[in-house]
Design a protein around this ligand. Structure first.
Ligand code: ZN
Length: 296
């Protein structure tokens, strides 16, 4: 099972998150056969949106989306209700077999990366979207810049994608208490430097293989650390026959009937999970009749 664990250092305004995604990436690989480096990039995007979602007290979706003119035309990683993940990557023609490991900047070309929060309607919160500037050093560095510039939070992120699994480690310097003394702030700043230096010593192999307890012990053994209960994560798509009906209805009655007369079945395929929603002529008539009825 895929898990996220939070941790903290008692008395120090620094918090952390550890995440490992394997089953989710395995589930996606059943529908989409991505090159290894694209799967790794998606894994890192999933880790990032899940870490962001874990800090929000809201129902809805957090997503990271890219579009560009490089080999990766479009990608999306989404975490819904802090636990359900789905995502997709669209590659340019012919790039699927490109074996070279490319940087995020190379993948996107002249592209953009955006972080979005889409709260459910019931929350009455407004959606939010912020652009994440691409740092040539990769997704982790781009997100570190984003947290620093958009949220005034110093952040260190490490990702390791090995053998179809992505593991992430995040450290974040929390704001000091309003009544914190100068000495306490100086001490916290010093702890931040020490802890991030220790975290930077983790190798990809260690990050990818160690259990969170072991990893925290191995990296921060001089610092007492509290590890919180795990949050379970899984692949789940939000597509449904209702949403598929909506997609078809966008065509309009005339076009839909024309299409239905041309082919025995109309298909709406979900890009995220491969689910196929099929409509024969009877189903189309029924759908149109129900829409006509609901108008009166
Ligand atoms: Zn789906």
């Amino acid at each position: 099972m895929d898990l996220l664990r939070r941790f903290s250092f008692p008395g120090i305004p620094i918090r952390g998150q550890w995440i490992r995604l394997q089953a989710t990436l395995g589930a996606i690989a059943q529908y989409q056969n991505y090159p290894r480096n694209v799967q790794a990039l998606l894994g890192e995007m999933f880790a990032a949106v899940t870490m962001v979602a874990d800090n929000l007290k809201f129902s809805g979706a957090v997503s990271l989306q890219s579009q560009g003119d490089g080999a990766l035309i479009r990608s999306l990683a989404e975490c819904r209700d802090q636990q359900y993940l789905r995502g997709i990557a669209h590659l340019a023609e012919g790039s699927a077999s490109a074996p070279a490991t490319k940087s995020l900047a190379d993948w996107l070309g002249k592209g953009q990366l955006a972080l979005s929060l889409l709260p459910d309607k019931s929350t009455r919160m407004s959606p939010y979207q912020g652009l994440v500037a691409i740092n040539p050093r990769g997704l982790a560095a781009s997100l570190e810049d984003y947290f620093r510039d958009s949220e005034q939070l110093q952040t260190r992120l490490h990702f390791a994608s090995v053998d179809g699994a992505t593991t992430g480690l995040l450290l974040q310097r929390l704001p000091d208490a309003p009544d914190a003394s100068e000495t306490a702030i100086a001490q916290a700043n010093e702890d931040w430097i020490t802890l991030t230096t220790l975290a930077a010593s983790v190798t990809d192999a260690e990050l990818a293989s160690l259990a969170p307890e072991q990893m925290l012990m191995r990296l921060f053994n001089e610092y007492p650390c509290e590890l919180y209960a795990p949050r379970a994560l899984s692949f789940r798509c939000t597509c449904s026959s209702e949403k598929s009906d909506e997609t078809l209805m966008v065509l309009g009655r005339e076009d839909l009937l024309a299409l239905a007369s041309e082919q025995p079945e109309i298909h709406v395929d979900c890009d995220f999970c491969g689910q196929r929603y099929a409509y024969d002529r009877r189903a189309i008539d029924k759908l149109l009749a129900s829409r006509a009825a609901s108008l009166h």
